[in-house]
Design a protein around this ligand. Structure first.
Ligand code: PGA
Length: 249
């Protein structure tokens, strides 16, 4: 059985105190969630308070990015080695907002993946097409390329720890969701691409859906064979909604 995951991506939201309160509320309700790994993807400034808030619970911690470098003169950057000591086990890499606003490409993401693995962080690697790419029928090619150029460089051992998130850019924060059938179709394609390189191991890779996932649509999307959970933005900012999504399996 593949691991089921519901990961929150808080993006640049909440003050540290609000984030701590949100994490505590998630922990308080997390006993209602069985057999699903809950992850909170928090701003760097929140790693410390949130790590304390979730200590001893089943909730796990992620950063939303890490530097492509290990240390040095990179003002404003945060290294994977600075994230891991807070007990973080995951790092979101290649989110479309980073690709779009920070020009992250496969070359940079390959370096970030190396840093993540070198410091014991499992990447939640995001792929997904833009609206015009979907409308022109290029979505399969776009995600194939995003996987081939980065994931195909992983060793077998590294691949075992990878989580993939499919996030169609047109569905992120727009209230528009891919239909469950659209999600299944592309998740199955992603798994096939992964299998072309890593063989049967791809059966174990959690592939999460992201893009306006909420309590009202999660059950249908999660019911699909190749959808193993969600990467949740807006709805992760309310503990009640985040937990309701995790209970939607
Ligand atoms: P959203 O964001 O749930 O607010 O659409 C998802 C994401 O970008 O990870």
């Amino acid at each position: 059985m593949r691991q089921k995951i519901v990961a929150g991506n808080w993006k640049m939201n909440t003050t540290p105190a609000e984030g701590e309160a949100l994490a505590k509320a998630v922990v308080a309700a997390s006993s209602e969630v069985k057999d699903v790994t809950l992850i909170l993807g928090v701003p760097f400034t929140h790693l410390c308070p949130v790590s304390k808030a979730i200590a001893g619970s089943q909730v796990k911690l992620a950063a939303q990015d890490c530097s492509a470098h290990d240390k040095g003169a990179y003002t404003g950057e945060v290294a994977a080695s600075m994230i891991a000591p807070f007990g973080a086990q995951y790092v979101i890499l290649g989110h479309s907002e980073r690709r779009e606003y920070h020009g992250e490409n496969s070359a940079v993401l390959n370096e970030k993946m190396k840093q993540a693995y070198a410091n014991g962080l499992a990447p939640i690697y995001c792929v997904g097409e833009k609206l015009e790419e979907r409308e022109s029928g290029k979505h399969f090619d776009v995600v194939t390329k995003q996987i081939e150029e980065v994931v195909f460089n992983l060793s077998d051992d590294q691949f075992d720890k990878l989580v993939v998130a499919y996030e169609p850019v047109w569905a992120i924060g727009t209230g528009k969701t891919a239909t469950a059938d659209q999600a299944q179709e592309i998740h199955a394609h992603i798994r096939k691409v992964l299998a072309s390189k890593f063989g049967a191991k791809a059966e174990n890779t959690p592939i999460l859906y992201g893009g306006s996932c909420k309590p009202s649509n999660a059950a249908e999307i999660f019911s699909k064979a190749d959808v193993d959970g969600g990467l949740i933005g807006g709805a992760a900012l309310k503990a009640e909604d985040f937990i309701a999504i995790a209970k939607a399996f």
